[in-house]
Design a protein around this ligand. Structure first.
Ligand code: FAD
Length: 285
């Protein structure tokens, strides 16, 4: 339970952090709250020779609402998101998701950037970010780029972030007035991680669904947007039959994860059940 020896750097600026990461190459890792990185180092599943602690980069701790988007810095903790007035006013789905993560210690230490880059297939953030059509911003010593959430999650513990890139923030389009959204999750009881988590973001005109995003986490090795289920709703009257047809599609063709917590078959069942319930919850407001 003692990590291998490593150098420890605490840069004062994003530029210095990116330069240290470039210098360290594949053997360097940045650290946010250390909530996933340190256990992995103690178990020797990660053995970076250099750890670059981002804790002095206060510019990455901001939450701002501007230009129709909510911009959340990478070092913002889950607790900050849960309690932020900007988030609760502009996109309550994010606050709801943050409040469902782990326990108070986890929410006070874990960061949105660390969680998103870590790419745990049972993490909660991907469901909401996918449903909302969010983007992440990545910076390296060579410049910055944005990646849509739909292109970011590539597999278990694998994302589109390159080893020399620092995730600086997440940008979420503020949902139009009248959008209804919710997050339903079946928790793994010890950690709180999602056995299955379903985020739904719905726009309606009367009884008709004009747009919908459904983000799914926990079900497969990669969180995903359930486009086939969305297609069952978009442009249609939100009848009980339409909701059931959408829910039936959510695990279709998905290679569902099976482990000690739930079989693939049970996870698929939970995904269908919670998709139907999440849509109904969103409609009930
Ligand atoms: C007991 C426990 C229960 C938990 N329960 C849940 C839960 O219910 N739901 C859930 O979603 N999560 C859960 N988590 C995870 C938690 O939400 C943390 O956010 C997650 O562990 C990442 O931790 P961190 O932010 O401290 O990042 P770190 O541990 O510091 O980093 C994690 C990884 O991301 C990299 N990294 C970190 N920040 C950046 C960045 N800005 N740019 C590039 N790379 C970066 C690091 O190099 C490392 O590889 C739990 C964790 C614990 C320990």
């Amino acid at each position: 339970m003692i990590p291998a020896a490593f150098d420890y750097i605490v840069p004062d600026s994003l530029e210095a952090a990116a330069a240290s990461l470039a210098d360290g190459g594949e053997n360097a890792k940045v650290m946010a709250g250390g909530h996933s990185l340190l256990p992995m180092m103690k178990l020797r599943l990660a053995q970076p020779s250099v750890v670059i602690d981002l804790k002095r980069l206060d510019s990455l701790r901001q939450i701002q609402a501007d230009g129709g988007a909510l911009r959340i810095g990478a070092l913002v903790t889950h607790h900050q998101v849960e309690t932020s007035s900007e988030v609760n006013e502009n996109c309550p789905l994010l606050a709801l998701t943050a409040g469902s993560i782990g326990d108070p210690q986890v929410r006070n230490r874990g960061t949105i950037g660390g969680s998103v880059v870590h790419g745990d297939p049972a993490a909660d953030w991907p469901a909401a970010l996918l449903a909302l059509g969010a983007e992440v911003t990545l910076t390296s010593s060579g410049g910055s780029r944005s990646v849509a959430a739909g292109d970011f999650f590539l597999g278990p513990l694998t994302t589109a972030a390159e080893p020399n890139e620092i995730l600086t923030g997440v940008s979420v389009p503020v949902p139009a007035a009248g959008t209804r959204a919710t997050y339903r999750k079946v928790k793994q009881k010890a950690s709180g991680f999602a056995i299955v988590g379903i985020a739904v973001c719905l726009r309606t005109d009367g009884d008709t669904c004009t747009d919908v995003g459904i983000g799914v986490t926990g079900l497969a090795g990669t969180p995903f947007r359930a486009t086939a289920a969305e297609d069952q709703l978009r442009g249609k009257a939100l009848t009980a039959d339409a909701v059931a047809a959408a829910a039936a599609q959510v695990a279709e063709g998905v290679d569902a994860l099976g482990d000690i917590h739930a079989s693939g078959e049970f996870r698929s069942h939970l995904a269908r059940l919670n998709t139907a319930r999440a849509i109904q919850d969103a409609l009930d407001g």
